[in-house]
Design a protein. Sequence first.
Length: 202
Amino acid sequence: MASTNDINVYELLFLVVQKYRDLETAVVTELNCQKIKNIEKYTKQIVNSPFIKTVDNIWQGSQDLLGLKKSKYWSYRAIQLYKTLYNTVPQDKRALNNCGENFVRDHVVPKKVHAVKLLEMSKRSDFTVAKLKEYLDKNYLISIITKVEDGYFVANPARIAYPHSLKNSMPELENWDWAKGPLSRYHAVGITISKGHYSSFL
């Protein structure tokens, strides 16, 4: 059976995005015909569940991002924690590989934001495979952060500029400009990200 790497993943995802765009359009049309209220509630269920799960599975599989050591982006504190664990208990693979105990694999841009942006892009006349590739390569990144850092994204009134929760949103909310890059969420809470394979940090 052919793997995702045997086909053009960008063309595949382009088709996926278009299909879900058409599904959303069909659902909205039908609900309007039936004069159903709160249409957005139903379209959100499409966007936030099957659509983004499909995109995420295809993308992470094609980029070989599954697993702690696959990520090319690590926070400074995650690097320091990994080095401490490696030097202290280098044979204890549970301490190094168990993401649940020590680390969090985080979508640099939350999946829900990707879902909304991808569908927005698909409705534009200039939406192409090339434009989709540019977006994904630039913004669909997985990073490794510590459990403590993951807690920084909760709502925080003391964070004057961005007091709202950043677990599933960007600091700029709906005004996030994807062309400017994906790291504003990390900058807002003081997380520093480094690019490189985990072995280069040891």
